[in-house]
Design a protein around this ligand. Structure first.
Ligand code: NAP
Ligand code: ZN
Length: 352
């Protein structure tokens, strides 16, 4: 075991602050990574503040962060794919059982025995896993990803969660040229959804509650923007969408979007508000519409997404911050004031 610097919260009401944590020494198949950048996902905030307590109670101290890019510093003797000096990335998953039907289908994100990057039981050291707001991390090579070297690293970090979470359902639902696609909520996930839908050739409509994001929505790849608080603007799109991706982090009226689906259209929820959403049966039955959900993506698909981003030069639009600004960044997330992902420059942790 060795000590490494990190930022943790001591309770749901405490700010994140500097601490020391223990990591395991790399075993046979482990890769040790010096973390260069870590994105801030709204899930970090939900978990740190224990907003998902009924599903996934937070264990304190909690070290969040699951959008990790860095450089390999050491590898175990059985590691074949990575060597010291390589760029490497880690997303939301660091282990799974490898034997269940979900793992066999390469959908490790649904494995009943998966280990999340933070706040999951740690099989090696006991306690819980600690995430990417940290100097370094040690991960089984099966859960380490390759980052195309052409990509800006600060902007690549958010691909590990915001990227795969929006790429996967769009691929699954066949978003391509000729489809009309809506993206609801222009935050970290939403802005990646807009970029992917555009790259897949769809006609993209962005729904936002923030009129000041209109110009950005078009620049990021939207063909049209709707300020969702304007009922007339919403009505114009009634019954017209093949697919809508809902990436909103808070309570909102989901029926307003289901009603915009065409016959047999699908709305996929990736946003995970703490409180249940209410769904009108009529919104669904009129037009045989469907409502579904999606959770990040498997490891193979995450690599596919990273390679796609390398080939199309896609990264997140990031505001790079030192770790000392993380609490301020959380407050800004709550005000929808992020353009469009915070990426922590982990070099800033060295001065603590
Ligand atoms: P984010 O950057 O904070 O973006 C959320 C966006 O939702 C905001 O920018 C805002 O967009 C909109 N919004 C916020 N409050 C709203 C309200 N009261 N009514 C309507 N719209 C509102 O968050 P994120 O990191 O993208 O995460 C979004 C959600 O996805 C979170 O709940 C997160 O936990 C979840 N998530 C799920 C997965 C998964 O695998 N399913 C993975 C990662 C994250 P506008 O300003 O454009 O309205
Ligand atoms: Zn996330």
């Amino acid at each position: 075991m060795y000590n490494t610097k990190a930022y943790s919260a001591a309770s749901a009401k405490s700010p994140l602050a500097h601490t020391q944590i223990k990591r395991r020494d790399p075993t046979e198949r482990d890769v040790q990574i010096e973390i260069l950048f870590c994105g801030i996902c709204h899930s970090d905030l939900h978990l740190v503040r224990n907003e998902w307590s009924s599903i996934m109670p937070a264990v304190y101290p909690i070290v969040p962060g699951h959008e990790i890019v860095g450089r390999v510093t050491k590898v175990g003797p059985a590691v074949a794919k990575y060597k010291p000096g390589d760029l490497a990335a880690v997303g939301c998953l660091v282990d799974s059982d490898g034997t269940c039907p979900q793992c066999k289908a390469r959908l490790e994100q649904f494995c009943p025995n998966l280990t999340l990057t933070f706040n999951s039981p740690d099989k090696h050291l006991g306690g819980v896993t600690y995430g990417g707001y940290s100097d370094s991390i040690v991960v089984d090579e099966r859960f380490v990803l390759r980052v195309p070297s052409s990509l800006n690293l600060a902007g690549a970090a958010p691909l590990l969660c915001a990227g795969i979470t929006t790429y996967s359902p769009m691929r699954h639902r066949g978003v391509t040229k000729g489809k009309k696609v809506g993206v609801v909520g222009l935050g970290g996930l939403g802005h990646m959804g807009v970029k992917f839908a555009r790259a897949f050739g769809a006609h993209v409509v962005v729904f936002t509650t923030s009129p000041n994001k209109k110009e950005d929505a078009l620049r990021l790849g939207g063909d049209e923007v709707v300020v969702s608080r304007n009922a007339d603007e919403m009505k114009k799109h009634s019954g017209s969408f093949d697919f809508i991706l809902d990436a909103v982090s808070a309570e909102h009226d989901i029926n307003a979007y289901i009603n915009l689906l065409a016959r047999e259209g699908n709305l996929t929820l990736v946003g995970a508000p703490a409180k249940p959403l209410s769904v009108s049966a009529f919104s669904l039955i009129m037009g045989r519409r469907s409502l579904s959900g999606s959770n990040i993506g498997g490891i193979a698909e995450t690599q596919e997404m990273l390679d796609f981003c390398g080939a199309h030069n896609i990264t997140a639009d990031v505001e790079v911050i030192p770790i000392q600004k993380v609490n301020e960044a959380y407050e800004r997330l709550l005000k929808s004031d992020v353009k469009y992902r915070f990426s922590i420059d982990m070099a800033s942790l060295k001065s603590e």
